[in-house]
Write a protein that binds this ligand. Structure first.
Ligand code: SF4
Length: 433
């Protein structure tokens, strides 16, 4: 669905979060002037005053971008996640003011066949190269015509989540855990999204529908005692207001057999301002609560991202990362090594490296499976074992996650195993007989 239907995003904001009359809803609407009213040529503006209310860091790159393209926004506004959401770049005009669009990107943005919505937070846009269409973050965010081409083997729902859904917005694939799709809204839309069939379909009547959906999903979990682990994802659940998120966490925490709650989010990468002190206080009330952070490229590991991860880790939340292997974005050992080592510094344990799912229009992002194995081989032994993610293919057809490993057990002969070490040397281990 096209996110242009996101015309009444106000329900993502609580009353007290709303801007002066009309502005919250209108800023999120497709007819919002968005960047058009705030873009200006570079100015020699005086450094903005920082007040005691300001909490989140602002890195040099983002600060230069803010001054150039949002000179009317103070640092406090820039560091407010709700301001970031309201000022997302969502139109060709808005985007073309900050980057020089290629002919391919321009054609894709105008193409009516494009199904995945388009939006980028100003903060994340500040990380995009204005001149290089091949830059990693730009490729993940800016549409190209290739995403409208469906190749053999691709499907709208390759993981067959709909077939394993006992209630709308709930996927029950593995025995002891469920995936709770709490929202279809994201701060920024990745061009390779597995749930591109679902995300961004917001409309004005959705708040009530969402609550009804949640109640049905919670009812299923309450009635299913083998569910001990609930992964709340979407969309991005951290785009929801604190009160909505707390309502959901509270309801799930009340279910006696639910032991662990997990949140899947890309907020620390695309909207680090969302990780407020208040959010951390809220989350720590619902431990044991884990978080999976969607990380794609080392360029995402900015001072803002670092601060967001530090806050979450300091709130006692175990952090893991999930990364999709993407051709021309992160499909080489050196990029992946910078990413996993950077995540470790941020106290995020690299958890999964996913082969890109076979969603419609994903061929240009998919690598050969062998590439993922080479990357794991190139990490193992060269970085700490904690920093080596599991390489996973989520089996098309709903088979679930399958781990792939480089084959280092070369052979067994004369009671000995021949094993290959990280340098490619062969060693013998006398096996017990
Ligand atoms: S943040 Fe996740 S759910 Fe949202 S568009 Fe990206 S991959 Fe999809």
């Amino acid at each position: 669905m096209d996110e242009s239907s996101c015309s009444a995003g106000k329900s993502y904001l609580t009353e007290d979060e709303a801007e002066p009359p009309g502005s919250a809803a209108s800023a999120l609407s497709s007819s919002s002037p968005s960047l058009c009213t705030t873009v200006a040529t570079p100015t020699a503006a005086a450094p903005p005053k920082q007040t005691g209310k300001l909490r989140m860091k602002i890195g040099h790159q983002a600060e230069a971008f803010r001054r150039r393209f949002f000179p009317n926004a103070g640092v406090e506004q820039w560091c407010d996640w709700r301001w970031q959401l309201r000022h997302r770049l969502r139109t060709v005009d808005a985007l073309s003011r900050v980057i020089a669009l290629s002919a391919d990107e321009r054609a894709a943005l105008f193409n009516p066949d494009r199904t995945l919505p388009f939006a980028i937070t100003p903060y994340y846009a500040s990380l995009i190269s204005p001149h290089d269409p091949g830059q990693a973050i730009r490729r993940c965010m800016v549409p190209v015509i290739a995403e409208t081409i469906v190749s053999p083997g691709e499907e709208e729902d390759p993981l067959h989540e709909e077939a394993q859904s006992p209630a709308p917005g709930l996927v029950h694939r593995y025995p002891d855990r469920v995936l709770f799709l709490a929202t279809d809204f994201c701060a920024a839309y990745c061009r390779y999204c597995t749930r591109s069939r679902l995300v961004g379909g917001y409309d004005g009547g959705r708040a009530a529908a969402q609550r009804r959906r949640w109640e049905a999903a919670i009812g299923y979990i309450e009635a299913t005692p083998q569910v001990r682990d609930v992964l709340i994802s979407g969309g991005d659940p951290l785009t929801m207001a604190d009160d909505q998120l707390e309502w959901l966490l509270q309801r799930l925490r009340r279910i006696p057999h639910v032991e662990v709650l997990r949140l899947g989010t890309k907020a620390p990468m695309v909207l680090p301002q969302r990780i407020t002190a208040g959010l951390c206080r809220l989350l720590r009330r619902y431990h044991p609560l884990w978080m999976s952070i969607h990380a794609t490229h080392p360029d995402e590991l900015t001072p803002e991202c670092e601060e967001a991860c530090n806050r979450l880790a300091d709130a006692g939340i175990p952090l893991g990362s999930q990364t999709v292997l993407l051709a021309g974005v992160n499909d080489d050992v050196s990029t992946m090594r910078r990413l996993v080592c950077g995540l470790m510094r941020l106290r995020v344990r690299p958890y999964y490296l996913y082969q890109c799912d076979t969603i419609n229009g994903s061929r240009h992002f998919r690598t050969a499976v062998q590439k993922g194995l080479e990357i794991i081989q190139g990490l193992r032994g060269h970085v700490s074992g904690y920093a080596v993610p599991s390489f996973i293919i989520d089996a098309p057809g709903g088979g679930g996650k399958i781990q792939l490993l480089p084959n280092n057990a070369v052979n067994r002969e004369n009671g000995e195993w021949l094993l290959r070490n990280y340098e490619g040397k062969i060693f013998r281990y006398p096996d017990r007989v």
